[in-house]
Each structure stands twice: as structure tokens, then as C-alpha cells.
Design a binder for this molecule. Structure first.
Ligand SMILES: [Zn+2]
Ligand SMILES: [Zn+2]
Length: 248
């Protein structure tokens, strides 16, 4: 059974070389991060990119391959302007690796119409998200099954459409940031509450999908988990914790 592993704040290790997002992944991966070659970034918010800075910096001397960031143009522009700008952090796309070929960092714009093939015949494809900044979610497939990761989102319409169109998808990872009473804040910051989440997924209820929930704000954790129990009904739900392996 194929799997991916949650390795930090909203970060998912697809294989040794590929990871989706880079929020606090070093504390889980440590030296294993040296093998990373591509980070598939969902959007520019700090909790999804913070360790991009340190993956390169901490192991600069050991890395032999360029770290490639795959993302939307808007996300790449934001990273160039606000992170790797020689003010907040060095522009590693201009700094050659001392023990490898090429620069320490590179950027590639993601093609939303393209399915990219990774190691062991895993495949990855981005789809448009609904957040306060440009964002994508990802479908990762292997053999006959696939997992869909929403990343931070308010609308689940795209997720629902994709699942209805695609028999491969067996597993969903959906964010849930706020408790039900904070629906207004969820709407303005484009996140979900348990009520919004299960309403949004209503037409998928009887499809036998496995549902993982992540991105729960630590402060409201207990409250959100209680609410998930109330709203989940027939759903097979698991709350994601760091280090968990997701099978699909
Ligand atoms: Zn976000
Ligand atoms: Zn986030």
C-alpha cells in the first residue's frame, strides 16, 4: 500500500526526494533533509515554508543537489520578494553549492495541467485552492489509488469535483483550523471549521473515503476535536499528528 508521511506542520514526505510544503520539517527529518530535491509548495504562508530557509542553510556544506521549489508563479514571486531577498535570508538561487553542481536553490512554476512522475511511479498533480493568497492542493497517486491534500482552503468545491470525477481517490487530507463558533474568522482567513468541512464534503459521505484532518490550531485543539466527533457522522476520520504515515 502506498503511503506518505506527515513530517511537520502541514508537510508531507512523498518519498526521500520529494516533500509537499516545508513547515518545521527539520525536527522530524534532520539529516534526511539533505536528500530532498523538490519541495512542492502549496502557498506562501509562513507555516508552510519556514523550513525552506533552514533545509538549505543548515546542510549547505553537505548538499550536493539544488533544492527546487515547485509552486505557482505568485508563490515564487512572494518567496523571492519576501524571503530569499538578501534581507530576510540570502538569495540562495545565486549561491553555488560548494560540493555539488548548480545553485543551492531553484524555482520552477508548476503547470496545473500536468501530472509529474516521481520515484517508484508515484505521480503528483496540483489543483487550485481557495485561500487568501494564491494556493494549490495536490493529488498524489500510486498504482490505482490516490490521496488528495487540500492544504489551507475555504471552499471544498474543487476537492468534491475531483473526487466525483476520479475513481482513484481513496483518501483525503483536509484542513480544519477553527472551531465552529469562529466561522466568521474562518471565512475571512479562508480556513475551515468542522461544520464547514463536513457540509462541504456532504456529497462524498457515502463513498467510503478515508479522511485525515490536519492544520488544527493548537489553541482550539480540544474544542475542534470534540466538534469533529459531533459532525463526522459516518466518516472514517483520523486527526493527523506529526510523524504519522498516511496510507492510501
Ligand atoms: Zn495559509
Ligand atoms: Zn497554514
Amino acid at each position: 500500500m502506498p503511503n506518505i508521511q506527515e513530517v511537520g506542520h502541514s508537510s508531507f514526505l512523498i518519498d526521500a526526494r520529494n516533500v509537499i510544503d516545508a513547515g518545521n520539517i527539520l525536527r522530524t527529518l534532520g539529516e534526511k533533509s539533505i536528500a530532498l530535491e523538490t519541495v512542492w509548495v502549496t502557498h506562501s504562508h509562513l507555516d508552510h515554508i519556514v523550513d525552506l530557509a533552514f533545509i538549505i542553510d543548515e546542510y549547505f556544506d553537505t548538499r550536493t543537489k539544488t533544492l527546487k521549489i515547485m509552486a505557482l508563479k505568485e508563490t515564487i514571486d512572494a518567496l523571492k520578494a519576501h524571503v530569499f531577498n538578501n534581507v530576510i535570508w540570502p538569495d540562495f538561487s545565486k549561491i553555488p553549492l560548494p560540493h555539488g553542481e548548480g545553485m543551492a536553490l531553484s524555482y520552477e512554476e508548476i503547470d496545473l495541467n500536468k501530472t509529474y512522475t516521481l520515484e517508484n511511479e508515484k505521480k503528483i498533480k496540483a489543483f487550485t485552492g481557495d485561500h487568501t493568497v494564491a494556493s494549490v492542493g495536490y493529488k498524489v497517486s500510486s498504482g490505482n489509488s490516490a490521496i488528495l491534500l487540500s492544504s489551507d482552503t475555504y471552499s471544498l468545491e474543487e476537492v468534491v469535483t475531483l473526487v466525483h470525477e476520479d475513481e482513484q481517490i481513496s483518501t483525503l487530507v483536509i484542513e480544519c483550523s477553527f472551531p465552529v463558533r469562529m466561522a466568521e474568522l474562518a471565512k475571512s482567513s479562508k480556513h475551515l471549521t468542522p461544520e464547514l468541512l463536513f457540509n462541504g464534503l456532504k456529497t462524498l459521505e457515502n463513498k467510503g473515503l478515508k479522511l485525515y484532518i490536519n492544520h488544527i490550531k493548537a489553541m482550539y485543539q480540544e474544542e475542534i476535536i470534540k466538534e469533529i466527533e459531533v459532525y463526522k457522522k459516518e466518516w472514517d476520520v483520523m486527526i493527523l499528528k506529526e510523524g504519522v504515515t498516511l496510507e492510501f
